[in-house]
Design a protein around this ligand. Structure first.
Ligand code: TXE
Length: 498
């Protein structure tokens, strides 16, 4: 392993516009999930690297970047988008190798979305306005200014997709950034740093620190010059990030885990619902915070639905991520697969019946060493048991019949999480009624993961705090200041001057 690791590419930190080795001189081995073989060496960053990156970000913030007009910043984001677009095939291959996800998925979703994020925020900031509150004889307007250096911490499931979702609005508003991607998926973040280098972006506006979460990530959140933290990751880590950042009054946006319900009513469009529920459960091997991992089905439809759903899941093609027909790749790591498998053991103890999957597949070399797991469907669990309420974050879905809409709602809301829900019904009144009552930040009706980048994105309860997307991101990455100008000291209405 060590010899092989020495042969793979070593990544570097990107600080002040220059690639450089970590101060520690130490590297972590990054494995390719589909083969279990080393893919790269990742700098093991710590406090020293973080200090250098935050200093570079502060220096850049205090430099000419501050004078850049909105149009100049938007044009830079457009150039980054163009450059990512030109490298799209290479980026998709890197993302697939780094995460184990199907190449077709990376090429269709991850990379186009990263390009779209830069393009979208370039346009959004050009269109961004501020509030104006006229009074009798006076005018209030809201001025929004950049915060300074901000920390962007992103996870391994959608690496470039989620990193670009943070970088683009942060820069659009004139901040400078220090990004900390997951140590398990550093490759496309490294590629993004080369794109910034090639685009002649002002040095220090985009800095990249690789390393472990508890070391580099923690040091970054703790740094006193970091003004805001945008974090996407697990709920336990999010809670730690909040506990670190809150005493320093940093702005915080936390996008955390989910245990999202898919609610299926007997009056749904059957085919569309089965297909939608399979997609919601297993896209990206179930490793998306929005995945529908609890499938609640009206009792009268339950037997027919389960039969069709399981038949469809059994047809999913799993294996070589590069094969164009592959629908499921590997899980992110051996440890993560073990965590998911521990829930399968728990499900059996909790009285669950595994209707399909539940095993590691038999695959030819080199995939036999990868971290694959069959898509798994479990029935017979109580909706309140641990398997049905804790985030598993893998290709596992539990099925739960319900009798009434009230029961469906109680099950849907009966978990600590509240990120999203998808609701399948032909009854538009019910769709509205339930959409209001579901405790979550996003509801999809007769669809799943249909995204408009302008809408507020985020969750309630243990799924996080704050909203990103469109103007919500632009507001998060800026501070508002009210300016009140009195133009008539003797207004007609006596109330107005009080
Ligand atoms: O995430 P972490 P992990 C869930 C999923 C998964 C669990 C753990 O259930 O099984 O989280 O995954 C950095 N200060 N999600 O361990 O630890 C870390 O380096 C600052 C849901 O991979 O949350 C990485 O860059 N940063 C999720 C990022 O945080 C720290 C996607 C996320 O890692 C840190 C991924 C610290 N103290 C996992 N500790 C989603 N919402 O989509 C870690 N990090």
């Amino acid at each position: 392993m060590k010899e092989a690791a020495q042969m793979v590419r070593s990544l570097e930190q990107f600080i002040g516009g220059r690639f450089q080795a970590p101060a520690s001189g130490q590297y972590l081995v990054n494995l390719a999930p589909a083969t279990g073989k080393p893919l790269s060496q990742v700098p093991r960053g710590g406090g020293e690297d973080v200090n250098a990156a935050v200093s570079a970000a502060q220096e850049a913030f205090d430099g000419p970047w501050r004078q850049w007009s909105v149009e100049q910043r938007a044009a830079l984001l457009d150039r980054i988008a163009d450059s990512l677009q030109q490298r799209a095939d290479d980026l998709a291959a890197l993302e697939s190798a780094d995460t184990g996800k199907p190449l077709a998925l990376a090429a269709k979703i991850d990379i186009p979305r990263a390009v779209a994020n830069f393009r979208f925020f370039a346009t959004a900031v050009r269109q961004f306005g501020s509030d104006c509150f006229p009074m009798e004889g006076a005018l209030n307007y809201t001025h929004r200014s950049a915060l300074g250096p901000v920390a962007l911490i992103s996870p391994w499931n959608l690496p470039l997709y989620l990193l670009s979702w943070k970088v683009a609005p942060a820069l659009a508003m004139g901040n400078t950034v220090v990004a900390k991607p997951s140590e398990m998926t550093p490759m496309t973040a490294d590629a993004l740093a080369s794109v910034f280098e090639a685009a002649d972006a002002p040095p220090g506006i985009f800095n990249l620190i690789h390393g472990l979460g508890g070391e580099a990530g923690q040091a970054l959140v703790e740094h006193p010059d970091i003004k805001a933290v945008s974090f996407t990751g697990g709920t336990a880590t999010g809670s730690r990030v909040a506990a670190t950042a809150a005493p320093q009054f940093k702005k915080l946006s936390l996008e955390l885990g989910g245990k999202n319900p898919t609610l299926v009513f007997a009056d749904c469009d059957f085919e569309a619902t089965v297909n939608g529920a399979v997609r919601a459960a297993f896209t990206n091997q179930g490793q998306i915070c929005l995945c529908g991992s609890r499938l609640l089905v009206e009792a009268s439809l339950y037997p027919r639905f389960v039969e069709a759903f399981v038949a469809k899941v059994k047809q999913l093609k799993l294996g070589d991520p590069e094969h164009p027909e592959t629908q499921l790749g590997a899980l992110i790591s051996a440890e993560h697969r073990e965590k998911v498998e521990s829930y399968l053991a728990l499900a059996r103890q909790e009285g669950g019946e595994i209707l399909c999957g539940g095993q590691r597949p038999t695959l030819p070399e080199p995939w036999d060493q990868g971290f694959f797991l069959q898509p798994t469907v479990i029935a017979g669990l109580s909706p309140s048991c641990r398997t049905a309420t804790e985030e598993i974050f893998g290709p596992v879905v539990s099925l739960h019949p319900f009798e009434t809409e009230e029961e469906a709602l109680a099950i849907a809301n009966g978990v600590p999480y509240g990120l999203s829900a998808s609701l399948w019904t032909g009854d538009v009144t019910r769709a509205h009624r339930l959409s209001q009552a579901l405790e979550c930040g996003l509801v999809w009706v007769n669809t799943w993961l249909l995204r408009d980048l302008r809408v507020p994105f985020g969750g309630v309860k243990a799924s996080g705090v704050g909203r990103e997307g469109g103007r919500y991101s632009l507001e998060f990455f800026s501070e508002s200041k009210n300016v009140c100008i009195q133009w008539n000291p003797n207004p007609a209405s006596p109330k107005a001057s009080s």
